[in-house]
Design a protein around this ligand. Structure first.
Ligand code: AMP
Ligand code: GLY
Length: 426
């Protein structure tokens, strides 16, 4: 098979490495890919959001299967267009991807089908939101732009002034464009967060091993929200008992709800969960693999990933046993200094060796090849990932590898996995 992967970050690199391992796969192509991905796949300069461009590329290279990884093309209907052109795909169609594309949709779905989530109200104009927040006067408040916002559409103001400023930025200044036409105001929940990615063909749902993201830029969960600065798997808070509860109260009801709405979801459904004192609740759904969750989940997958993708495509997922390794996995993101705000690009990266150390894989997120040199080309640059017999061992290997890699102004958190280790030792 020739498999085309759409996207160009660390998540796509991790997917490509797994797809390359498949006994069914002869070659992998990627668009647009990145510097590191180009060692593993033939990269084509077609944007991940260019639906016609991707359909034409799939035709030109005669792809047997197309995996669409990022949210924007899924929400915009790239899978629909590929299916109409006759391609087999992995990823939801647009009418199901809306579960991530609109927070108003997902919150209303959860309310209608009794899926546990934070209480909420939806607003379509600034005055009403401000009036509501003023009257309620409970902080921190949680305010979310309705649409896609590069993972930055959630604000958690501590004061009314901050809340008003944030709402104005979203709804008046439109910092996230039309995504801010509507906002959701939510109850502030507390508890450990867990990411669970799940394979589903719309008939059954098979959760993958759990993981924990570290969203803030700085140690101690300080600084700005980012796309994710590191991950570990498994997440020690996610016990078997909690997994069972989530299956019964959240995962199966969500798949059934989407079917009842005539929006069957096929692909990877990401459940962002908070384990609150009142039980697990959904913080967010994503219609795709998480980044950098994928980088710690897929290295633990033992089953041939193309068998899974084909089973989902054929709606025979319930017949397949998916196996996972018992090892732990850790991913430390090395970012450009300044991320998630402004940062320099084009800085040479040194210290990367082909195989790295045993059990260590460096997934490339923002790299490019310029004049034969590997250089930085984005905010998140590398995901330095290691498997180990324990979380401690995995973290030790990742951080050892991080120390051997250099680029000017590199920034990484030094406390990835510390919360998980504390939970394990309790
Ligand atoms: P999201 O982009 O929806 O994942 O939200 C970003 C982060 O905001 C989450 O990872 C949580 O830490 C936090 N968050 C979102 N919703 C809530 C909520 N209702 N209560 C408390 N924290 C929240
Ligand atoms: N790491 C969070 C996300 O992929 O949205």
């Amino acid at each position: 098979m020739k498999v085309l992967v759409v996207g160009g970050g660390g998540r796509e690199h991790a997917l490509i490495r797994k797809i390359k391992d498949s006994k069914k796969v002869d070659s992998v192509a990627c668009c647009p890919g990145n510097g590191g991905i180009s060692y593993d796949a033939q990269c084509y300069n077609v944007s991940a959001t260019d639906i016609d461009g991707v359909v034409n590329l799939a035709k030109e290279i005669q792809a047997d299967f197309v995996v669409v990884a990022p949210d924007d093309p899924l929400v915009a209907g790239m899978v629909d267009a590929l299916n109409e052109a006759g391609f087999k795909t992995f990823g939801p169609r647009a009418n199901a991807a809306i579960i991530e594309g609109s927070k108003v949709f997902s919150k209303n779905l959860m309310l209608k089908y009794n899926i546990p989530t934070a209480e909420y109200k939806v607003f379509d104009n600034v005055d009403d939101v401000i009036g509501y927040l003023t009257e309620k006067n409970e902080f921190p408040a949680v305010i979310k732009a309705d649409g896609l916002a590069l993972g930055k559409g959630v604000i958690i103001p501590e004061t009314l002034e901050e809340a008003i400023a944030g709402v104005k930025e979203i709804m008046e200044d439109k910092i996230f464009g039309a995504s801010g036409n509507n906002v959701v105001v939510e109850e502030f929940l507390t508890g450990p967060e867990v990411s669970v990615l799940a394979f589903t063909d719309g008939k059954c749902v098979k959760p993958m091993v759990s993981s924990m993201d570290h969203k803030r830029a700085l140690d101690g969960d300080k600084g700005l929200n980012t796309g994710g600065m590191g991950t570990v798997s498994p997440n020690p808070y996610y016990t078997e008992e909690i997994a069972k509860e989530c299956m019964e109260k959240i995962f199966i009801p969500t798949i059934n709800a989407m079917n009842s709405e005539g929006r069957t979801f096929k692909g990877c459904l990401y459940f962002g969960l908070m384990l609150t004192p009142k039980g697990p609740k959904v913080i967010e759904y994503n219609c795709r693999f998480g980044d950098p969750e994928t980088q710690v989940v897929l290295p633990r997958l033992k089953t041939d990933i193309m068998d899974i993708f084909e089973a989902i495509n054929n709606e025979t997922l319930s017949d397949l046993d998916i196996e996972w390794s018992q090892e732990a996995c850790a991913c430390v993101i090395m970012a450009s200094g300044g991320y998630p705000k402004t940062y320099k690009k084009g800085i040479e990266i040194k210290g990367l060796t082909d195989g790295q150390a045993d059990g260590v894989t460096v997934y490339h997120a923002g790299t490019a090849i310029s004049d034969g040199r590997l250089v930085t080309s984005g905010g998140r640059v590398l995901g330095v990932t290691a498997l180990g017999d324990s979380l401690e061992a995995a973290l030790e290997k990742s951080y050892k590898a991080v120390k051997g890699i250099e680029f000017e102004n590199a920034h990484y958190r030094t406390d990835i996995g510390q919360k998980a280790l504390k939970a394990l030792n309790c």
